[in-house]
Ligand binder design. Sequence first.
Ligand SMILES: Cc1ncc(COP(=O)(O)O)c(C=O)c1O
Length: 343
Amino acid sequence: MNHVVDLRSDTLTRPTAAMRQAMADAPVGDDVFGEDPTMNELQRRVAELCGKEAALFVPSGTMSNQIAINAHTQPGDEIICEYGCHIFNYEGGAPALLSGVQLHPLHGQRGVITAEHIQTAIRPKDHHFAQTRLIEIENTHNRAGGAVFPLDEIQKIRSLADEHDLKMHLDGARLWNAYVATGISLKEWSVCFDSISLCFSKGLGAPIGSILVGSAEFIDCAHRYRKIYGGGMRQVGVIAAAALYALDCHIERLAEDHKRAHQLALKLIELGAYVDLEATQTNIVIADCKGCGRISSEVNSELARHNVLAIPVSPSRIRFVTHLDIDDDDLAVAMNAFECVLS
Ligand SMILES: Cc1ncc(COP(=O)(O)O)c(C=O)c1O
């Protein structure tokens, strides 16, 4: 069978032999009773990395975001977010369904909404309006091609949130990538937020799981919602061990994914596609094929015939994601396929 270079997502990674060994060796206990030593260690470590009091492991990034939304809001509240963000586009309408809140999405640039823009969207305290309660930010931003949200703008948004007594949640599914791309530590990002969600199952290459971080009081509340959502699990040390292994061995190597994504972007540009290189700071490349006179579904099918998989994200745009299972040989195969299909 031909080797397939799968650039559809960084969620496709399979646990390495060493990660599987760490999973097999993990001491375990019942995590609903708080007695899984490996999970307790994971939660302690991530809380410390983020400079927060506590952390809570959850099965997915979606559950993590939705628990945070539930814990920060009351039904009838409103959340300000960016138009392309995950909670607005890809979480099945969960904020309305599970928390009874509405989203107020603002059009940003490369996933970035400014404090100035947000200020205009905060509802006055008037009974005609939903109550603005939470500001949600995504970093790195998936639909914006893995762009990093600038820290100085986040700091301005934090000041604005404090003035208006609003909470801030970070969807940091790929915050590890933002850290590696900028050198800005998890603590420096996290200090601006009341809660942060991070994923182990994307660039870090673990098979399952996300983690929510915040104050002890917030995490206590999140723990209740996790139970209600059916996210309390038992001998989860086997999963926590994969995440701990990823913390030790798979963070710094994200730089390799970023380098390969940049190389893919340059090749696509050379072949006439449009890629916003300023947004391409991490492991995601979004190429617009209009310049080559092509539509994305057609390019995608032709690439698949060359054993390269991607995802069309609009009629003209196609997304490629580099990750742990993509090496330099795969990169060469992908570039060769781009030449065959686009030139
Ligand atoms: C930015 C972002 N947030 C949240 C999620 C949701 O994660 P999960 O698929 O684990 O629910 C994703 C998934 O790709 C994502 O890209």
